[in-house]
Design a protein around this ligand. Structure first.
Ligand code: ADP
Ligand code: MG
Length: 232
């Protein structure tokens, strides 16, 4: 059974059709990237998966259970980090875990260190740069216990060095915990490095235009390591 199945999903805003008859699936422990032009509906697709609003048509299933229009079934990192300004960074990264009753401060501290946010536990979002906020939002999605993580351009605000660090880290987390990942990016190289499969969406209204399976896992990881070592 697929981890995530999206069947014939359609969504409009007013008279404008944004997503039309879009179907896709993500397998257990699969890493799937979504590419597509700006404004094609990628973030809207994630809002639908996250249950922020319902579609007009179609259904979404997680582990065979219908989750259409339901919040909280997946871990979701929005395109713009939405940290709560009145909570510290530590309390922000723990938000998803806390809602799910799985608050683990120790792991959160380790992850913050790993993401270069050590020492910022009691800081507030206004004290962080854009890239730091993005990493805090990234950690929050990793600390949420759901088995599917949807990441909407998670590394777009990072410099090339930090981006490589985060890619490598995401890859090792994904290998270790075998969670399923749906990943939106504009960076084709990143998609090639990280994914098992790449889905290309059409321009608005969005539907699946093409799909590529990436056949070789090992060389891809090795090339990521090599690029990383090269830059060190
Ligand atoms: P992408 O993430 O692929 O860049 P989006 O999903 O953000 O694209 O947006 C797709 C289209 O839907 C855009 O034309 C955008 O203006 C429109 N759109 C997104 N959200 C809304 C909304 N809440 N109300 C009206 N139009 C919206
Ligand atoms: Mg978007």
């Amino acid at each position: 059974m697929a981890k995530l199945s999206i069947e014939q999903l359609s969504k409009s805003f007013g008279s404008e059709s944004i997503i039309k008859d879009l179907s896709l699936h993500v397998d257990e422990a699969e890493f799937v990237s979504i590419l597509g032009p700006s404004g094609s509906g990628k973030s809207t697709l994630f809002h639908l998966i996250g249950g922020l609003y319902p579609p007009e048509k179609g259904d979404i299933y997680l582990d065979g259970q219908r989750i259409t229009g339901k919040r909280g079934a997946i871990s979701y990192m929005p395109q713009s980090p939405s940290l709560l300004p009145w909570r510290t960074i530590l309390d922000n990264v723990l938000l998803g875990a806390e809602i799910a009753g799985k608050r683990d401060t120790e792991t959160a501290r380790v992850m913050m260190d790993k993401a270069g946010l050590g020492g910022y536990e009691s800081a507030y979002p206004s004290q962080l740069s854009g890239g730091m906020k993005q990493r805090a939002s990234f950690i929050r999605s990793l600390l949420s216990p759901q088995s599917l993580i949807c990441l909407d351009e998670p590394f777009s605000a990072l410099d090339e060095f930090t981006r490589l660090e985060m890619q490598k880290w995401l890859m090792s987390i994904w290998e270790h915990y075998k969670r399923s990942i749906l990943f939106v990016t504009h960076n084709i190289e990143e998609a090639l490095f990280l994914s098992d499969r790449i889905i290309v969406l059409s321009n608005k209204p969005a539907y699946v235009q093409r799909e590529f399976k990436i056949p070789f896992k090992r060389p891809r990881e090795e090339s990521l390591m090599l690029t990383h070592e090269f830059l060190e």
